[in-house]
Design a protein around this ligand. Sequence first.
Ligand SMILES: [Zn+2]
Length: 284
Amino acid sequence: MLGECHAHMIMDGINYKNAVARHQDGVCEEAVREHLRQCKDAGIRFVRDGGDAKGVSKFARSLAPEYGIDYLTPLFAIHKKGHYGGIVGHSYDSHEEYRALVRRAKEEGADFIKIMVSGLLDFGRAGVLSEEGLDREEIRYMIETAHDAGMAVMAHCNGDQTCRYTLEAGVDSLEHGFFMEEETLALLAEKQTPWFPTLAPVGNLSGCGRFPEEEVQKNLHMQMDRIKKAASLHACIGLGSDAGAYLVPHGKGTEDEYKYLKQAGVPEETLLLAQSRVQKRFRR
Ligand SMILES: [Zn+2]
């Protein structure tokens, strides 16, 4: 089984609020062990976390060897105040505050830096994002500052323009990357930046009744088409399910993502290559 390159150990794939509440008075060991066990049972030997604000992924990393899992984490994700990202990390306002968060992550033992540079999908309206992405200069500043501190950068990023800015600025892995257009896909392929298209959080909504089915299918097929296009350009596409997200439980979510990627025609060797690049690059 391949590794899981984008998971959130703090979430359970069922109910975000309840999952987070379990860690209200400090990290709940039982919850972390449950999720690590689910990964292990699915044959997963590598997990890269996308961060959380409660120290859950840091604790998970300390237990992971017991489950035979190589575990990397940014500890928390960093987002700009007033923008999306509070559910997985901390915010900054000034560049000084951003630098302080990068320093803090490093001092507390982060393996890499996770940044949030765009909104998330509006699952009920295909092709729509919850907000505009950050501007070009801001994204460049975030990535360069982390690189200057000797840290690799994983970026939560959606939207054609925001993805292009992020790739141009030299991000080390692109997460989600919904709605990239041809030119951006060509840049992705040219740069060989590992891309984790996270199909499971969209595809697994099918039939759940929470969102209009037609919109779910449209989002899923849009992303599938872009993956096919990227694969034909030999882009570096990898397996990261956003495990922990709604209807994407640990273990099973990774298996689901694998099926979607196969359906999109991504060769096994490509997935392996993306994972090995991540395992190398994102370790401090
Ligand atoms: Zn995520």
